[in-house]
Design a protein around this ligand. Structure first.
Ligand code: NAI
Length: 299
């Protein structure tokens, strides 16, 4: 089968000065996409900034034979998001793909998690995705084409000690992805999310020797596939790391139907409510509603 290409496509990748984002940029550029490398160039905790991070990454892409421009605005403000999308329009005339990847960490056990540890994390991960995607989305709707890939995390989907701020932002991105999937369907815009695990400056201390099996470039094929024209799915979440790829999904148990439900009834039927046998995977809110309506015997 022919290689999968991105000729004529323009991709914005946030936080692509290093780590996962830079790997995504290299892969997409090597397959013909024109890239906006966005990066503020700050520390892992989001302090400082260095314009040269995005510039150096874009230069490296060009040295490898790709086409890239640098942008060093912060995703954390609506103005930054506008400017990032304008960079794509000015340089390449369009935007087809947004990969929301920029991220920071400010971990602390919840009882010590003061607002200065919460707000910047929400601003970069969650608001950042809104800020960059919305101006791009308007163009995508006009052109009837778009792909959005959001970077979620098991820290939110499953939960992880010391990451209430980050986990909430990352799980927020799951809701964001699923709503965009529904709103984008009519305009051939697809939105999916990944929950990666890879050795980068963000995780190397945490992962220790295990990190040697978790090369960041093994995340990029997942992202590129979800960003491609041929991607068959929307609103889904993929767990990936070191070459392992699997789908996360949200399941709904069969549960109970008890129109005379009481507090004691909850206690007595709680195991049945939680029983995972025969669960369903709702693709849209109507699926859950249908399950409810079936009990009501309403046409
Ligand atoms: P990284 O620290 O190498 O990359 C994050 C990049 O985002 C940095 O280059 C940073 O300068 C940039 N950035 C931070 N704030 C920004 C802002 N306001 N505007 C623009 N750029 C900004 O770390 P890594 O691992 O490559 O992270 C990429 C994404 O993957 C993040 O969203 C992270 O939360 C997520 N992730 C990574 C995991 C891993 O195992 N490495 C696990 C789960 C999620």
């Amino acid at each position: 089968m022919a290689d999968i290409g991105f000729d004529g496509k323009v991709a914005i990748i946030t936080g692509a000065g290093g780590g996962l984002g830079f790997e995504h940029a290299k892969l997409l550029a090597s397959r013909g996409a024109q890239i906006v490398i966005n990066d503020l160039g700050g520390s892992v905790s989001g302090e400082g900034g260095d314009e040269s991070a995005a510039e150096a990454a874009a230069r490296q892409i060009e040295e490898l034979g790709g086409v890239a421009v640098a942008n060093h605005d912060s995703v954390a403000t609506p103005e930054g998001g506008e400017s990032i999308v304008n960079t794509a329009i000015e340089a390449f005339g369009r935007v087809d793909i947004v990969i929301n990847n920029a991220g920071i960490l400010r971990d602390k056990a919840f009882h010590n998690m003061t607002p200065d540890l919460v707000d910047p994390v929400i601003d970069v991960h969650l608001r950042g995705a809104f800020n960059v995607t919305r101006p791009a989305w308007i163009k995508m709707r006009e052109q009837g084409y778009g792909r959005v890939v959001n970077t979620a995390s098991t820290a939110g989907i499953i939960g992880n000690f010391g990451q209430a701020n980050y986990g909430a932002a990352k799980m927020g991105l799951v809701g964001f992805t699923r709503v965009l999937a529904q709103e984008g369907a009519r305009s051939n815009i697809k939105a999916n999310a990944i929950a990666p695990i890879a050795k980068t400056r963000m995780t190397e201390d945490l992962l220790g020797p295990m990190g040697d099996n978790l090369a960041p470039e093994l995340i990029s094929p997942v992202v590129a596939w979800l960003a491609h024209d041929d991607c068959p799915v929307t609103g889904e979440i993929y767990s990936c790391g070191g070459g392992m790829v699997a789908r996360f999904f949200i399941g709904l148990t069969t549960g109970i139907y008890d129109p005379e439900l009481t507090l004691e009834g909850m206690r007595d039927q709680f195991d049945t409510i939680r029983d995972e046998d025969g669960y369903m995977v709702p693709a849209e809110t109507a699926d859950e509603l249908r399950k409810l309506l079936a009990y009501f015997k309403v046409d």
